[in-house]
Design a protein around this ligand. Structure first.
Ligand code: NAG
Ligand code: NAG
Ligand code: NAG
Ligand code: NAG
Ligand code: NAG
Ligand code: NAG
Length: 535
């Protein structure tokens, strides 16, 4: 009781700290609606706190107006967005293959840079950094291959915070200097085994190989970003400003990195710098909003429970063969449970089964929070998995591409459900998978246990956003938190020069030793020969 009163008091004290209204500029040139959802949850938190947010996005936002938010739409070249969507479509048709994924992201890197470039030269964005009408206190940059846009922070002379919609990946970690030790920190596509703190030789050698590939890729991307920044500068995008700092200098404006993960429950356990702030589950509402009336009726009446089926926003069902949709429909329409199916297209529905509710727009978080929801069939996007974990709903993952297979593997290894290959699905395997997750209580128990850990934190995700963002603004940047590692080059970072000197010393002393040994042997031989001669 006393404890609870104390907690309540500290929360009240936290809420009651005097607030000021800072001017914050948020730039989100991402083409991914699921990233934007995470970014906007952070922004809304700051606006609710009383700060004045100016939000510029490439995608058109569908969001309720807010008195403390000003929206600016800076659309990208349609051809580029189309190319990006076609790239995603091609990926989802093919079988999973990490090397292909990497190859495709490198191929798409040009398009991503192009989208980011269109964004900074948009007249509405140019107006912001060329003739700012108000004094900004902070730049929030949605991270996705667009660090050259930090030039805008230099132009406005404000600190910057990065926000990344997912969990730890090497490229993002490198921007603040988090340590990615390949002997125990799993690489993006490697699911860590939560039971095993020590890793087998084969695990480490695979992880090391992947780490090496991502490191090389990161260095190449960094090089590309640097030259792209110089290109943007040479195009006089930031004005005819000879004082514009170098890429290395603008990168130093990064004060914090917000991640969408919670290491204390999700892992991996790894060393992080004070600049990386975990706001896992920021997109999840702590209190669900009431469902639309028809959906609420449908779910409340689901006496046998309900299954929520959604493949997210990036993976559209139209990318898949009609046969696959038919298979899924056949199995789902036979279930005694009610089904809520996220149906993305204008296309006719696969059928009229009375137990299925099709809809284009569904409040995923609130559906998962509903006590009748027994199973979540998901593409294993980071957001959906986190929401299901938060609400304690077991999962059946049908992953397609990018980080999804890794999320699915990790989810399965954690015992929250099972994972199946979407492209080779048939009626029998799908039915078996659904029955396994519904009827074996181990999945629900595991995910409920996790849910308890996930919610147990000193500051909620929203409180962390407010505290740390205001911290940066109070101190005009959190540069004192920067790890020295970010200024070290690759050679210095891994002490390659020190090792080289040590090796040199070792080799020299060995040569010297051999030389000495030979001399000694020669002397002994001479002596013995001399002795023999004398005798
Ligand atoms: C907007 O900011 C003001 C302070 O600047 C605050 O009083 C108000 O509650 C905020 N509005 C909303 C909807 O949160
Ligand atoms: C909030 O920001 C907008 C620009 O996005 C600006 O027009 C407005 O004056 C600002 N409001 C305050 C109170 O500073
Ligand atoms: C943990 O690792 C050991 C050896 O590396 C292996 O034999 C064991 O099966 C692993 N445990 C689990 C739960 O995977
Ligand atoms: C840019 O500035 C330089 C000198 O700083 C000047 O010589 C040049 O004409 C300027 N170019 C433009 C396009 O204004
Ligand atoms: C839910 O059940 C009630 C009472 O049985 C019924 O009136 C209502 O129409 C049902 N709603 C839906 C959406 O099935
Ligand atoms: C579903 O019902 C609508 C009208 O009630 C009908 O036009 C459509 O053909 C039906 N679809 C299927 C797959 O039976």
């Amino acid at each position: 009781m006393v404890n609870r009163a104390l907690t309540l008091l500290s929360v009240l004290a936290f809420m009651a700290t005097p607030v000021w209204s800072a001017n914050i500029l948020a730039l989100f040139s991402t083409f991914s609606p699921s990233h934007l959802i995470v970014h906007m949850s952070m922004i809304k938190t700051l606006a609710d706190q009383g700060h004045n947010l100016t939000i510029v996005t490439t995608l058109k936002l569908k969001i309720a107006p807010h008195e403390n938010m000003t929206f600016i739409h800076a659309p990208s070249n349609d051809d580029r967005l189309k190319a990006m969507n076609e790239g995603l479509e091609k990926l989802s048709r093919e079988k999973l293959n990490m090397m292909k994924d990497i190859y495709n992201s490198v191929i798409n890197a040009g398009t991503i840079l192009g989208i980011g470039y269109d964004f900074v030269v948009d007249p509405k964005v140019k107006a912001i950094y060329e003739n700012p009408q108000i004094k900004y206190d902070l730049l929030v940059l949605g991270y996705l291959g667009n660090e050259f846009q930090l030039g805008i922070a230099a132009k406005l002379d404000v600190p910057a915070v990065l926000i990344w919609a997912g969990g730890p990946i090497t490229f993002v970690d490198d921007s603040v200097g988090n340590i990615y030790d390949p002997s125990y920190v799993p690489s993006i596509t490697m699911a860590a085994d939560p039971e095993n703190q020590t890793h087998s030789f084969s695990w480490r050698i695979r992880n090391f190989g992947k780490w090496l590939v991502f490191k090389a890729l990161g260095l190449a991307l960094e090089y590309k970003m640097n030259s792209f920044y110089e290109y943007v500068k040479s195009k006089r995008v930031f004005g005819n400003d000879s004082n514009m700092p170098s890429y290395d200098e603008v990168k130093q404006r990064v004060s914090l990195l917000f991640y969408n993960y919670h290491s204390h429950s999700e892992g991996p356990v790894r060393p992080t710098v004070p600049q990386s702030i975990e706001i896992g589950g920021i997109q999840i509402q702590e209190k669900p909003t009431p469902l639309p009336v028809d959906l609420a009726g449908f779910l409340n009446n689901a006496t046998n429970g309900a299954i929520f089926f959604s493949l997210g926003t990036n993976v559209k069902l139209k990318y898949f063969e009609p046969q696959l949709i038919e298979t899924i429909y056949q199995v789902l329409s036979r279930q005694p449970l009610r089904i809520i199916w996220k149906w993305d297209d204008q296309k006719p529905k696969p059928g009229n089964a009375s137990n299925i509710y099709f809809h284009n727009w569904l409040p995923q978080d609130d559906i998962l929070a509903h006590p009748n929801t027994k199973l979540f069939i998901t593409h294993a996007g980071k957001g959906g998995v986190a929401e299901a974990q938060y609400h304690g709903v077991p999962m059946l993952a049908l992953s397609v591409f990018a980080d999804q297979p890794g999320n699915a593997q990790l989810m399965m290894a954690s015992g929250f459900g099972i994972s199946m290959d979407l492209l080779t699905l048939n009626k029998e395997s799908l039915e078996k998978g659904i029955q396994e997750v519904l009827n074996n209580p181990v999945y629900r128990d595991n995910v409920r246990k996790f849910s308890d850990l996930y919610r147990d934190r000193p500051l909620t995700a929203r409180q962390s956003v407010i505290y740390w963002t205001e911290y940066v603004m109070r101190h005009k940047g959190a540069y004192h938190l920067r790890s020295p590692i970010v200024k070290l080059g690759f050679v210095a970072r891994y002490n390659l020069d020190v090792f080289a000197i040590l090796l040199l010393i070792l080799v020299c002393s060995m040569i010297f030793f051999v030389f000495l040994l030979r001399l000694l042997i020669k002397k002994i031989r001479l002596k013995t020969q001399f002795k023999v001669k004398r005798e």
